[in-house]
Write a protein that binds this ligand. Structure first.
Ligand SMILES: [Zn+2]
Ligand SMILES: [Zn+2]
Length: 182
């Protein structure tokens, strides 16, 4: 039995930023992979990534729909997280949004109007007035270092854990059914 490698326990901010990075892995627009996690009192309330509308084709299947140098096919991660909360009847009033990147102008306004009071990011976004709108509406904006991209989980070194007996090999990615235009 090997000894598990020691790694520093992440802070709450690092933990939620890392969850936002994980959410971004589901993004379907090749121009931008973005993730967002809504948190209040250390509880995750909703998550989102940039992707197409329900039942619609994805950029990585049919190509981007570019208008004025922006792909408009997808909803951005922040809006998708807001919509997920809306569909489940969850208030985000007073919550924190952890986002992989600085929100665009439209998302900054939507987050603010939804009651988000703190936004945490680790990368920037082009052509955004987010900082100005956040300042005007007293939404706290924090830039933190990008958390490490390694997930520290060492199944073979945990004395109480065993691999699942009949585990199938995990697919590299989940294939989506081909989009049908009906
Ligand atoms: Zn796209
Ligand atoms: Zn946006």
């Amino acid at each position: 039995m090997k000894t598990p490698a020691k790694h520093p326990r992440p802070s709450w901010d690092e933990y939620f930023l890392k969850l936002a990075m994980l959410a971004s892995e589901r993004s379907t627009c090749p121009r931008m992979h973005c993730g967002c996690v809504m948190v209040k009192d250390r509880f995750v309330l909703a998550t989102g990534y940039n992707g197409s509308l329900p039942r619609a084709a994805h950029c990585d299947e049919v190509g981007c729909l570019v208008v004025n140098n922006h792909c408009v096919r997808t909803n951005h991660a922040e809006v998708n997280a807001l919509c997920q909360a809306s569909r489940h009847g969850i208030s985000l009033d007073g919550a924190t949004a952890y986002v992989t990147n600085m929100p665009c102008t439209a998302c900054a306004k939507a987050l603010t109007a939804a009651g988000i009071r703190r936004v945490v990011v680790f990368s920037e976004y082009h052509d955004t007035l987010a900082e100005m709108f956040f300042r005007e509406s007293e939404v706290t904006l924090e830039r933190l270092p990008m958390p490490g991209t390694t997930i520290h989980y060492h199944l073979d070194t945990y004395s109480s854990a065993r691999p699942a007996a009949k585990a199938k090999p995990a697919p590299r990615s989940v294939p989506r059914p081909a989009h049908s235009k009906k």
